[in-house]
Design a protein around this ligand. Sequence first.
Ligand code: A2P
Length: 276
Amino acid sequence: LQDTVKLNNGVEMPWFGLGVYKAQEGEEVIQAVKAAIRAGYRSIDTAAAYNNEEGVGQAIREAMEENGLSRDQIFVTSKVWNNMQGYETTLEAFETSLKKLNLEYIDLFLVHWPVKDKYKETWRALEKVYKEGKVRAIGVSNFQIHHLEDLLADAEVVPTVNQVELHPQLTQKELLKFTKEKGIVLEAWSPLGQGNLLENETLVSIGKKYGKTAAQVILRWDLQVGVITIPKSVNEGRIKENADIYDFELSAEDIAAIDALNLNQRFGSDPDNFNF
Ligand code: A2P
């Protein structure tokens, strides 16, 4: 769980973490984050749009105290929402996230979606806060190859990560290859396909060989193909289950069988065609 990947700026980020999209502000998100940290999670992924940064921050502060952890042992990601994209508004959004989280700093700050005609200005703002040392790393989310090519043409700082929808029915192999070549780590949101893939026969039968669930098989596959993964759960049992993936290894045949489930199927929005 504390296994990390070295990002292109030298910062270490855990391969595994908790996603809190749709975890409700207040008790629900606080309990989820605290359960996760108790279970050994060291990375939490939130966003301004999730409306739960205050609870996330509170839970992290309480969990650090209760588990004797220091701030540098936890990795916190947040993101600027679409309605705040643009240079000045992004600077503002960054300060708002920092204030809501009420932590000394944010580890990773992302451009949440490639809002047309805006994401380059948004990126310039992230470069500024990064150069000022206000955030340890910056990156993007939901960027396709063409968005990255466009961004990289002018960027002074190469994004450290690109967080995208990625699961066995949307394996993102081309994007994975492209980002690897550019030194960008791919990160999976909705790794469990929002819970839709857990009855899949291939995944269930692979799991049976190892005494693991379909969820655990998917998350182990993420690690073995070199993708950061942040499954969402607000249930303590499932939070623990999702993290229990460090005592088995999928074979090359298993990996190939999972890769073959790809349908290029999204459960979430299409980055080339979204309205928010
Ligand atoms: P819950 O929060 O009640 O556990 P994804 O990360 O792909 O978006 O998937 C999240 C969805 O899957 C949530 O609805 C979550 O519900 C559910 N979920 C997370 N982990 C598991 C698991 N191990 N088994 C079954 N459902 C899960």
